[in-house]
Ligand binder design. Structure first.
Ligand SMILES: C[S@@+](CC[C@H](N)C(=O)[O-])C[C@H]1O[C@@H](n2cnc3c(N)ncnc32)[C@H](O)[C@@H]1O
Length: 253
């Protein structure tokens, strides 16, 4: 594991690059905010404490949960969206970061809510993904089980495939400010989700997609709409030699 100072430097530098590339402004301050508030980390640790499934039971800092989640938090804090829609929840670790940002926004008088869609990959039935992703929920757990209870008030979970659930979720939110894709990373599912959300996405809104290096769906979509692609790298601790080093891609409407 790299020293925490290096992880902090990595996350802050990447957040500011992201904010500058997408003309949002500096984002590292939100990273600092999240790091100094350990309530989210403590809440997740409480949820996973007695679940064998998780090897890591405690993190020495929220920073260990990674750039991908810090970026979701920082974007939601900076843009203060009235609506966030997400596909792919699983345990709910990333979802908790967006919800934590919404809770802070609400404390700052900016209301916002989030709808997440998950077609559950249960321990008992196995992964539903057709993209080679094999992670499942722990035994007897439902999607989002690791989300601290105090963050659930502004959250709606819809269980089902994004093909079934996403159009209604987008319509319900009106003009979501942030869309996060992390469900099934096949060309068809990714393209369907991007095409469904983009027309409704608020002007200046964010489309963030995980695992964009598994096919060309994200790049094809961004090119067709003439959007600058900003890429977040994987955390240094998760870098696999020979792999692309790409974690997720982000475009702004
Ligand atoms: C990569 S995991 C999500 C991880 C989560 N976003 C995080 O970062 O902590 C993918 C999730 O999407 C679900 N899923 C797979 N296919 C789906 C589909 N077509 N629609 C909605 N969810 C799907 C899987 O069962 C799994 O729970």
């Amino acid at each position: 594991m790299i020293p925490i100072e290096e992880q902090r430097g990595f996350i802050h530098a990447e957040l500011d690059k992201l904010g500058s590339a997408l003309a949002i402004g500096p984002l590292a301050g939100y990273g600092q905010e999240l790091e100094s508030d350990t309530a989210l980390k403590d809440g997740i640790e409480e949820k996973i404490a007695d679940v064998d499934f998780f090897r890591t039971k405690r993190w020495d800092s929220p920073l260990r949960l990674g750039l991908y989640r810090f970026a979701q938090y920082a974007l939601a804090r900076a843009l203060k969206p009235a609506g966030i829609v997400e596909t792919g929840v699983l345990h709910g670790l990333s979802t908790a970061f967006s919800l934590s940002a919404l809770a802070r926004n609400i404390a700052d008088d900016s209301a916002g809510r989030m709808i997440s869609i998950d077609y559950p990959s249960t321990f008992e039935e196995g992964a539903v993904n057709q993209d080679g992703f094999t992670d499942t929920l722990p035994p007897d757990r439902t999607s989002g089980w690791a989300i601290p209870d105090d963050l659930r008030g502004n959250w709606t979970l819809r269980l089902g495939s994004s093909r079934e659930e996403l159009p209604a979720a987008v319509a319900e939110l009106g003009a979501p400010g942030i869309f996060i894709h992390d469900s099934e990373h096949t060309y068809e599912t990714m393209s369907f989700e991007f095409e469904t959300v983009w027309p409704a996405l608020e002007g200046g809104g964010i489309l963030l997609a995980d695992n964009i290096d598994v096919n060309t769906a994200f790049f094809d979509f961004a090119r067709a709409r003439d959007r600058l692609v900003h890429i977040l790298p994987v955390d240094p601790d998760h870098h696999v030699p020979g792999a692309s080093g790409i974690r997720c891609g982000i475009i702004r409407k």
